[in-house]
Ligand binder design. Structure first.
Ligand SMILES: C[S@@+](CC[C@H](N)C(=O)[O-])C[C@H]1O[C@@H](n2cnc3c(N)ncnc32)[C@H](O)[C@@H]1O
Length: 242
């Protein structure tokens, strides 16, 4: 990997923000105090002596350009895929480890253009994530009418086409490339046969707490081998291939 020169500078806040008007290339803020800013660039600033010049490998853009929030406005780089959620009464703000496991695992296995079903959609967060990742048809189902209403509201606000339906997995007759189901062990025990029928390629399951629940969940799969198991704060996400 080629090495790049990284020029590190330290200026007073006033000087830095004055200078920023003229800098068009990416600036990485390294640290910021009350009255100073330490920052780095990949080209030298004419007439200014750097604190140090480092030789570094290419920095991925996500490390250099971070989202910036000012009061109610959030400026994000274009490789981030934002999902807007109304604070309503359905589960799925993205804060819970089980939701995060699904968001993580679908990014490892999902392929653009696939169809997907989100069972127990809550706010619709996972269905919207799949759409943002380039899914074709996405169906989001929930047994709670409040969740379906939240899903409809959120998908509309995000301008995403998702079919939000009041239904359980037993009522869906189609089959999809990917299934995501963030439920719980009790529901998996009752619904596993219906859930396994809903996907052809990848099933992402979450809502499994602790090792005992994980073992119980795996025993429901009747011989299907998990392709990946991931843990977050003692919650588990499991990926099964169809
Ligand atoms: C833990 S929340 C997950 C919400 C969202 N998908 C997420 O990952 O943040 C589980 C959701 O499943 C719904 N649910 C529970 N049992 C269900 C079933 N048998 N069929 C469909 N949805 C169900 C609940 O109403 C709830 O909205």
């Amino acid at each position: 990997m080629p090495l790049y020169k990284k020029y590190v500078y330290k200026l007073s806040s006033e000087e830095f923000y004055g200078l920023l008007v003229d800098i068009t290339s990416g600036v990485e803020v390294l640290s910021e105090g009350e009255s100073y800013v330490e920052f780095a660039l990949y080209e030298p600033i004419q007439g200014l002596e750097p604190l140090e010049v480092l030789e570094v490998e290419v920095i991925p853009p996500e490390r250099a350009f971070k989202p910036v929030r000012v009061k109610s406005l959030l400026v994000v780089p274009n490789w981030i895929k934002p999902i807007v959620i109304r604070q309503g009464s359905a589960f799925g703000t993205g804060l819970h480890p089980t939701t995060q496991l699904c968001l993580d695992l679908i990014q490892d296995f999902f392929q653009e253009g696939w169809s997907a079903v989100d069972v127990g959609t809550g706010t619709g967060v996972l269905a919207m994530a799949l759409k943002k990742l380039g899914a074709g048809r996405v169906v989001a189902i929930d047994k709670d009418p409040v969740a379906v209403e939240e899903c409809r509201h959120n998908t509309k606000e995000n301008c995403l086409e998702v079919e939000c339906l009041l239904a359980g997995p037993e009522e869906v007759t189609d089959s999809f490339d990917l299934l995501v189901a963030n439920l719980d062990l009790g529901i998996f025990r009752k619904e596993i046969e219906n859930l396994l029928k809903l996907f052809r390629r990848v099933g992402v399951f979450s809502g499994i707490y602790g090792k005992d629940e994980l073992e119980s969940f795996l025993s429901l799969l009747r011989g299907l081998k998990p392709a990946k198991i991931k843990r977050r704060k003692n919650w588990y996400g499991v990926v099964v291939l169809g």
